[in-house]
Structure formats: C-alpha cells, structure tokens
Write a protein of this length. Sequence first.
Length: 75
Amino acid sequence: MSARDEWAVPCRDLAGRRRDLTVFVNAGRVVIIAPPGETAVLTSLDVGKLRSALRDAVMSAGDLPDEDPDPGLTD
C-alpha cells in the first residue's frame, strides 16, 4: 500500500487524548479504522479532513478493478 492510499485524520477520544482515524483502500473498498476501543470525537476542521480523506479514498478505489463483493458481507 502506498502512502497515497492511506490517510490519517486527527481526532480525540472521550478523555481528550489525541488519536487518529485511519482511512485506506482495500480491494476497491474504503476502510475506516477508529482508535481501538475508543470513540472518535472530531472538530469541525477534522470533519473536513475526514471528508477529504474519504473523497480521496473513493477516487483511489475507483482506479482499482471491480471485484465481486464478499459473500459474507451484506449491504
């Protein structure tokens, strides 16, 4: 995975500690990883960064060939 395909979005947990949401593309799908066992609290600016990261990830995912959906997942 290249640096272009992974984005870190700053956030804080409920205790106010700095954390990151991670956005990346895997097999043509956008994946968001939240801080383990935590809730992500975003400022307005961080929401804009998340929006930008998601947009970039969707554009990157669009460059990948379509794959059959995982039969274990439901939409």
